[in-house]
Ligand binder design. Structure first.
Ligand code: NAD
Ligand code: MN
Length: 363
């Protein structure tokens, strides 16, 4: 029997609700299976930890995660602590410490979900956005001087390395190649940003030659927002910089119905370190503690976690259970226009996970 060691980091706000829900679903999946099980370890890092210790996670915290098979993360963000402290002190510390350089964000309109686009059929929107997750605009390079004086200055330098761009392009081309349409859109802004983004374009062209069977095109990021809305079916796999993809993927999540559904994986493709899976939403201060959070984004992140662990059949089983639940409007949470609570949705997914197992065993 294989034991997968999973670190759970709920963090703040609704992260503290949806991560235990994700754990419950994974546990339901493992129940009665004789070839694998999960060993969960929870970490109480985040805003409350900060109030006690003055830091979001212990200095040697990464060492506690290093030997894990995967990390399930909730959200970092506390109403009483500045966002740049919560983000850099926890989530980015893990992403950068473990060099999780590929942030992968699948987007689809799940059954039963009514997206905001009028003319978009379900099958028109099936994207994976690959976000460069280790450098670029969020490299943390920059500084402030003359603080409080009229000549005050502040810089955020977008730093791109050839090695960093090559590895994310190669990852994106390979992912596009593995999908039926073998179609990649490289998002850029090389008209205005004339140094790093020009190198980005050059490297895209260079890497494309390793993948002659992948069709690819280039789109400026501003034009890409319009294309996502007007011609969703023209996109499949998309690769963009840290900042560009951050913004595009929130748009993608909204076009697919709700921020509460969208999943993401922070992947170390070389598997030197554990990868981290999380819903893309934040702490949602307006609904925290009320049991209203949509847990589907976390469950879909668990699907990605299972794929990463090399359990594709289990991943399919969970995805099927998720889609059975979204297909039923009586099981929609408030963000989807329904009135179901988080626990109701979670219990329903657990139930279907077990039913699907019985059906598969009977077949
Ligand atoms: P948010 O995602 O927390 O909330 C935006 C809106 O979407 C809110 O109205 C919220 O109620 C709704 N929403 C989000 N997730 C939902 C869910 N699962 N179910 C139902 N409704 C949901 O974004 P924000 O308000 O910009 O940020 C709040 C805090 O979270 C900030 O501190 C921010 O820095 C942090 N944040 C963290 C992460 C992360 O850790 N990955 C990501 C985004 C934001
Ligand atoms: Mn974001």
């Amino acid at each position: 029997m294989k034991t997968y060691k999973i670190a759970c980091i709920p963090g703040d706000g609704i992260g503290k609700e949806v991560v235990p829900a994700g754990q419950q679903v994974l546990q339901a999946l493992a129940e009665g299976q004789n070839n694998f099980r999960f060993a969960f370890t929870s970490f109480d890092w985040g805003g409350d930890y900060f109030r006690q210790h003055g830091i979001m996670m212990p200095d040697k915290g990464l060492d506690e995660l290093r030997h894990m098979d995967a990390i399930l993360f909730g959200s970092a963000g506390d109403p009483h602590i500045p966002d740049h402290i919560t983000l850099w002190g926890l989530r980015l510390k893990i992403c950068q410490g473990f060099d999780q350089y590929a942030n992968v964000r699948p987007t689809r309109i799940l059954p039963g979900i009514d997206g905001p686009l009028k003319r978009c059929r379900t099958e028109d929107l099936d994207w994976v956005i690959v976000r460069e997750n280790s450098e670029g605009e969020y490299a943390g390079v920059g500084g402030r001087a003359h603080q409080g004086h009229p000549i005050e200055v502040a810089t955020d330098v977008s730093m791109m390395t050839r090695a960093g761009v090559e590895r994310i392009m190669r990852y994106a081309f390979r992912l596009a190649q593995s999908r039926p349409r073998k179609l990649l859109t490289v998002v850029t802004k090389s008209n205005a940003q004339r140094h790093a983004m020009v190198m980005w374009d050059e490297i895209a062209l260079q890497i494309s030659q390793e993948f002659p069977d992948v069709h690819w095109d280039k789109e400026l990021v501003d034009a890409c927002t319009a294309r996502m809305v007007n011609r969703p079916a023209s996109l499949d796999t998309v690769v963009a910089t840290n900042l560009h993809a951050d913004i595009l993927s929130d748009l993608a999540a909204a076009l697919a119905g709700s921020l509460g559904i969208a999943p993401t994986g922070n992947i170390d493709p070389e598997r030197r370190y554990p990868s981290m899976f999380e819903p893309i939403h934040g702490s949602a201060f307006d609904i925290m503690g009320k049991g209203l959070a949509n847990p589907i984004g976390t469950f879909w992140s668990c699907v990605m976690l299972l794929e990463h662990l090399g359990e594709p059949a289990q991943a399919r089983r969970l995805m099927q259970a998720i889609e059975t639940v979204t297909a039923n409007p009586a099981l929609h949470t408030r963000d989807l226009g329904g009135s179901a609570g988080m626990q109701e949705v979670t219990d329903a997914v657990c139930q279907f996970v077990q039913k699907i197992d019985q059906r598969q065993r009977a077949a």
